[in-house]
Ligand binder design. Sequence first.
Ligand SMILES: Cc1cc2nc3c(=O)[nH]c(=O)nc-3n(C[C@H](O)[C@H](O)[C@H](O)COP(=O)(O)OP(=O)(O)OC[C@H]3O[C@@H](n4cnc5c(N)ncnc54)[C@H](O)[C@@H]3O)c2cc1C
Length: 552
Amino acid sequence: MEQNARRASSPSIAKVRLNAAIRRSFYGVKPSSVDSFRFLRCTYSSMYQLKQGLAALLACAAFATGREISFSDLDARGSSSGTVDFTQLASKLSPSAHIYLPGSDGFNSLVARWSNLSMPVANVVVVPGTENDVVQTVKFANAKYLPFLTVNGVHGSITTLGQMTHGIEISMKQLNSIKIAQDGQTVTIGGGVMSKNVTDTLWAAGKQTVTGTCECVSYLGPALGGGHGWLQGHHGLVSDQFVSLRVVKADGSLATVDKSSDVFWAMKGAGHNFGIVTSVVSKIYDIQHRNYALQTIIFSGDKVESVYELANKLWLTEGTIPEDLNNWSYWFFDPTLDTKPVIAMYLIQEGVDVVDAAYTKPFNDLGPIVTTPTSGTYLDLAKWTGISLSDTPCQKTGNANPRFPIYLKSYNPTAQRKVYDLFAQATTNASTPFSGALFMFEGYSTQGVRAISDDATAFAYRSDNLLVAPLLTYTPNGKALEDQAFKLGNQMRQILYEGSGQTSLNTYVNYAYGDETPKAWYGADKWRQDRLLSLKKNYDPKGKFSFYAPIA
Ligand SMILES: Cc1cc2nc3c(=O)[nH]c(=O)nc-3n(C[C@H](O)[C@H](O)[C@H](O)COP(=O)(O)OP(=O)(O)OC[C@H]3O[C@@H](n4cnc5c(N)ncnc54)[C@H](O)[C@@H]3O)c2cc1C
């Protein structure tokens, strides 16, 4: 298995860096004005509600005059960035834009993330109100030699994000419009829209499209890395729905990217590397099935081999995953269910109120601890799988949440046993920090994904069937614990890799830990790497978009 030398910085280091960055940002402020500056928030929209118009903008700018932020660090490209006066940027932004500085509630809430491992560090957060605000912010950052990072649903957890040690976070949250085309064939989705909002808006209009399954991840975050979702069996990945994108490029220029552009291919799988998407036009469909059924079948760990041998036989080695069925399983330790982690198999079928016996009976016959039917609609799927807005994965708990993903074609029951035993040991020993860990086996239906040719997009793993990853949630407590999680996660992944017989590590970039290589994120084929490198050289030669799984 290939791994590069990049290792995450520890949470404690990340925190120190954050504090240092915040302190640094105050160094250029006159001591007497620190407090007022601390709470400076150029909230132009609310001021405009008071109908003070330009005067408000000027007042905000005047308030900040002379209170400049000093960056003593070298920027990502090694040149000194000097002192930055953000009022210059403020004067170029629309009335609805916001600039949040360290110490403000807005800043604190926008830099908080789902995973506290190797977090990016920013000295300011800009919340554009318009597409042009994004353009102006990128141009400003470039003029000041400041790194910048697009921030959306803040569920990105790859440790390469920690390579951002200062600069501007550009929060997309205000670019949140969703507009269905009159012909009902496409929807225009703002660059900061969350998956749930896409689903709900389309649903109300009798439409649907492929989105990520979790309600609180953005629409575009998953999509730019390919994007898995419940409807991929019918229509392909989230990014397979792209018709065109509005993209702010590395130099701050704006482009419409569609099938006539060479970078369109790359936006569908490696898109984080190439620009800021301010909006996207995606294909939509009439709702095919409103009703869905779930069968949750919980097994004790002694059934590992039989459960996954059966899954292989039904769907992977002797059969194919039916288009109307998504099958996920989770392993987790719940002492109220068993003394060791349980296997929870979720069979999710569309268009029915009870999952077909043809799907459930073979599993029920294995002798589960409990088997439970549930019925509802497509809108219930996130809740059923524990990823709705009110569930833990949608909260910012302060935990570190590293995953160690691998794509597989089928299960190797021997490897499943070996990794289960390791997982059981790691989650149940008396002093374990990993009792809240979750092992995820995602078996989406694949017909729609495979219907598109393998080389059609930068997403490299259309012929794999399973997205598998341990999620080793823990409360950060220093470098030793971070190393322990890193070692354990890689040990688990290595067992599955060796059991797979694959010759290269296939990972999902959007679940990646960050120690993998570009070959693992984007495919080991030389032509893929060459094509991506060449596009990167043309579109982002200075690596402005290189904090998230950089191709180069
Ligand atoms: C609980 C949970 C459930 C998940 N479910 C799924 C799922 O069902 N399907 C799936 O495919 N993935 C899923 N993921 C993985 C998900 O794709 C990644 O975590 C993704 O990075 C989240 O995007 P975000 O916008 O929420 O996070 P952010 O951290 O805000 O963004 C991640 C990165 O995406 C890029 N980015 C985001 N928006 C834009 C934009 N408008 N323009 C340019 N770049 C942008 C930036 O590089 C940014 O660093 C899940 C993750 C979690 C934690």
